[in-house]
Design a binder for this molecule. Structure first.
Ligand SMILES: Cc1cc2nc3c(=O)[nH]c(=O)nc-3n(C[C@H](O)[C@H](O)[C@H](O)COP(=O)(O)OP(=O)(O)OC[C@H]3O[C@@H](n4cnc5c(N)ncnc54)[C@H](O)[C@@H]3O)c2cc1C
Length: 318
């Protein structure tokens, strides 16, 4: 298995990772991004992003992310698809382990986002990837002409259900509370001809066999009996998101809410390791905030690796 040495290893190719890579590459630091999947991060699954400064308001998250990734690559970033499953940050060189090989960096940046989810329902973990999904953009096309269920009433659930209306014959939308009347996106979803809303209804169990999901059992708050629905896909958006830090093996400090602890320069409690974007579990999870984190970390890394006393800016007054 190959071992590759570089200046900066970045785990995660979302807006945080790509903006960091853009800056480190432009500072002549050899930079590798290791990205599990460019289609599953928070920005990648965003249907439309209307508030990223300077880009058209009808751009999809996926298209915006591609622009960011291509810009980093243009300046020399080595972008690779690889899922990081472990790190060793004890020495001067930080080792990052993937099935494709080991990557050693003088600086490590963790930017894996917060799309980790603990299973909430019976059958959810068992059938994950076999009918249970958290990404309509990734998996929606598998359900063309079939019946699916979407569970949850948050913004993500509504956006994902909207995506599924393009593929599924019926989208069964299960919400334990009714969506707000002033929520335009929710009302638009309810007006889709192939959406059936199950109001005040809880998912009790996801059922299936060796072929995958075959149905769900649900319960309306006003009824005594559970009801069964024969469906093939379940998209769950209940538990919100959770910073993805499992691959760190407890080697850096995290807060009670699971977010990685950083200082003003995005440095973690471990020397030579930075954390940026949603993995910090900031109260304002936005693409522009993640990109800003990436810029701050990159400039701090440049100073760290080049033993500069001050941060070198990426511009000069003319
Ligand atoms: C439905 C939804 C709608 C949103 N709408 C908006 C909006 O309108 N405007 C806005 O500004 N923000 C929006 N956000 C928030 C915004 O998308 C996030 O704040 C932002 O994407 C965070 O960037 P990030 O780089 O930290 O993480 P992410 O974008 O989640 O990227 C993380 C990357 O890390 C990779 N990764 C994860 N684990 C590993 C691993 N073990 N090894 C290698 N790679 C790994 C993932 O594949 C992914 O590519 C929305 C979020 C969601 C979920």
């Amino acid at each position: 298995m190959e071992t590759i040495e570089t200046d900066v290893v970045i785990v995660g190719g979302g807006p945080a990772g790509c903006s960091c890579a853009l800056y480190t590459s432009r500072a002549d630091l050899k930079t590798i991004i290791l990205d599990k999947n460019p289609s599953v991060g928070a920005l990648a699954i965003t249907h439309q992003i209307a508030n990223y400064p300077g880009v058209p308001t009808d751009i999809s998250g996926d298209d915006l992310l591609k622009l960011m990734r291509d810009q980093a690559i243009q300046y020399g970033t080595d972008y690779r698809r690889a899922q990081v499953f472990g790190v060793d940050i004890t020495g001067e060189w930080k080792s990052v382990y993937t099935p494709e090989g080991t990557f050693k960096g003088r600086a490590l940046v963790v930017a894996s986002g917060a799309m980790g989810r603990p299973a909430s329902f019976k059958g959810e973990a068992e059938f994950l990837g076999k009918g249970v999904s958290y990404c309509a953009t990734c998996d929606g096309a598998f359900y063309k002409g079939r019946e699916v269920a979407v569970v949850g009433v948050n913004k993500e659930a509504i956006e994902e259900a909207q995506v599924l209306t393009k593929f599924a014959s019926t989208v069964h939308w299960l919400t334990s509370n009714d969506p707000k009347e002033e929520d335009m996106h929710a009302q638009a979803l309810l007006n889709e001809p192939n959406v059936k809303h199950w109001s005040k209804t809880r998912l009790m169990q996801i059922e299936g066999n060796e072929t995958g999901v075959t149905g769900i059992s649900l319960k309306n708050r006003t009824k005594d009996e559970n009801q069964s629905l024969p469906i093939e896909g379940v998209f769950v958006y209940m538990s919100g998101s959770k910073p993805i830090t499992d691959f760190l093996g407890g080697q850096i400090a995290v807060k009670e809410d699971g977010g990685v602890v950083v200082d003003d320069f995005m440095s973690t409690t471990s020397d030579g390791v930075w954390a940026i974007g949603d993995i910090r579990n900031t109260p304002f999870k936005q693409a522009v905030v993640a990109a800003s984190d990436g810029c701050i970390a990159a400039m701090a890394i440049d100073r760290y690796l080049n033993s500069r006393k001050s941060i070198r800016v990426d511009w000069v007054h003319s």
